[in-house]
Design a protein around this ligand. Sequence first.
Ligand SMILES: *[C@@H]1O[C@H](CO)[C@@H](O)[C@H](O)[C@H]1NC(C)=O
Ligand SMILES: *[C@@H]1O[C@H](CO)[C@@H](O)[C@H](O)[C@H]1NC(C)=O
Ligand SMILES: *[C@@H]1O[C@H](CO)[C@@H](O)[C@H](O)[C@H]1NC(C)=O
Ligand SMILES: *[C@@H]1O[C@H](CO)[C@@H](O)[C@H](O)[C@H]1NC(C)=O
Length: 201
Amino acid sequence: MNHPSSRLSNHILITLITILCISNLRTTSGCTRAKPNPVYKTFIRKACNTTGFPILCRSTLYPYASRIKNDTVRLCNVSLSLTLNSTRHAYLTTSKVPKQIKLTHREVAVVKDCIENIDDAVYELRRSLHSMKLLGGKDREFQISNIQTWVSAALTDEDTCLEGFTEQKVRLKVKNRIKKSVVKVSRMTSNTLAFINSLTY
Ligand SMILES: *[C@@H]1O[C@H](CO)[C@@H](O)[C@H](O)[C@H]1NC(C)=O
Ligand SMILES: *[C@@H]1O[C@H](CO)[C@@H](O)[C@H](O)[C@H]1NC(C)=O
Ligand SMILES: *[C@@H]1O[C@H](CO)[C@@H](O)[C@H](O)[C@H]1NC(C)=O
Ligand SMILES: *[C@@H]1O[C@H](CO)[C@@H](O)[C@H](O)[C@H]1NC(C)=O
């Protein structure tokens, strides 16, 4: 509805919300998402410094600083969840390629292998995240070693997908569709593995 008085009250409402947001930001929680506490960013920066891809690590995890706080288990959990989500996305991207580009025989084989490997990685990361949820209970050592096993397997699968593009003749337009997202996912997985390896029994 575009009635002038309803527009006016909308305007007043928006102004009120804005004022509330601004005053809230000065306290603890903010309006939609809390501004990351600089102390928590320090925790993430230090943790990311132990990974193979610290810049990617910081840019993916800083937005979650207030959820992660100073907690290594939460750090693993969020990192794993983000990695799983990106890997799902890479799977969708990769599995569309045969429909978008007319592939050569050789490319069909490489892309098919890649899709299978990424599918396996999604499964392994999902299992890891599931084990993460059980971590509070007993058998902590067993759970952590399971998570390590699944995440390493996911990393191997992602790298196997990428190897297909270096060893065989694949046209650039096929490679470009797939490689960028899988490279990112494999770096995120590698960083997540570094965090999981730092969990203590
Ligand atoms: C990262 O670690 C290196 C040593 O490994 C250290 O010199 C550097 O200050 C650290 N950087 C941050 C941001 O913690
Ligand atoms: C988080 O850890 C830092 C040191 O790494 C410490 O200075 C800070 O007080 C901690 N913050 C909370 C809320 O525990
Ligand atoms: C990953 O995706 C799921 C489902 O879409 C979502 O619930 C979850 O919050 C996402 N993880 C992160 C860390 O954003
Ligand atoms: C990890 O995150 C999930 C939701 O994404 C939550 O259900 C679970 O309790 C979290 N586990 C830990 C150990 O924080």
